[in-house]
Design a protein around this ligand. Structure first.
Ligand SMILES: [Fe+2]
Ligand SMILES: [Fe+2]
Length: 216
């Protein structure tokens, strides 16, 4: 199991958002609209996947382990996510070259910064203090799992399509539905077991073909 705590996993994600935002600003300064579009896409999907991951894994843990205070913090966080989502919806209707697009990206980040800081300064330290180190690492794994499975872009023709193909679809999907969808995949432990077996696999295509031919 990875040794990352939930706090570390979340903080790393926050840093990733800031990095993509910086790349976006750099592209904007350079007047490179194509690069702006790419970084904006990377940033907005990262923000969306992060928000969904927290809503599925982190906030329920706060509610479970921090009593009434946890419920309040989680409600407050979800409300702040809602503001960010509304900006993301607006972005979907704009083009990266629009003046409003850049403004909306800045609104997204201006909402996110204090929200992320609160999670790092208040919410997560409070949660980490009342759950075991193992529980924290386990939560970090679940969080990563939810993020890995949320598409980074739409794949209209891919099999096993998630119940959302677009960023708006993902954000608009009820959390319970998204949660059920994640639960329909193997657990981290099951995947780790399968991957351990992979090391011993070496399918010999030529030998298999020869054996099949000899048999006929
Ligand atoms: Fe958050
Ligand atoms: Fe966060």
């Amino acid at each position: 199991m990875s040794s990352k705590t939930l706090f570390q996993a979340i903080k790393e994600d926050h840093e990733e958002m800031y990095l993509y935002h910086d790349e976006y600003k750099r592209a904007r300064q350079a007047g490179d609209v194509a690069a702006q579009a790419r970084w904006a896409r990377q940033l907005t999907w990262e923000v969306a996947r992060h928000a969904v991951g927290e809503e599925i894994v982190v906030y329920p843990l706060m509610e479970k382990h921090l009593g009434e205070k946890g419920k309040q913090l989680a409600d407050h966080d979800r409300e702040e996510h809602q503001h960010v989502k509304e900006f993301l919806y607006q972005l979907e209707a704009l083009k990266p070259e629009d003046e409003d697009y850049g403004r909306t990206i800045e609104l997204v980040m201006a909402s996110l910064h204090p929200h992320n800081d609160d999670e790092e300064i208040k919410d997560l330290p409070m949660l980490e203090a009342v759950i075991s180190a193992d529980a924290s690492r386990e939560a970090a794994q679940s969080f990563k799992k939810t993020k890995k499975l949320v598409p980074t872009r739409s794949h209209p023709s891919a099999p096993n399509q998630p119940p959302f193909e677009t960023l708006v679809g993902l954000l608009a999907a009820p959390v319970d539905k998204v949660k059920d969808w994640f639960a329909s995949f193997p657990t981290e432990e099951e995947m780790a077991g399968a991957k351990a077996e992979l090391k011993h696999r070496d399918h010999d295509a030529a030998a298999g073909r020869a054996a099949a031919t000899a048999g006929h």
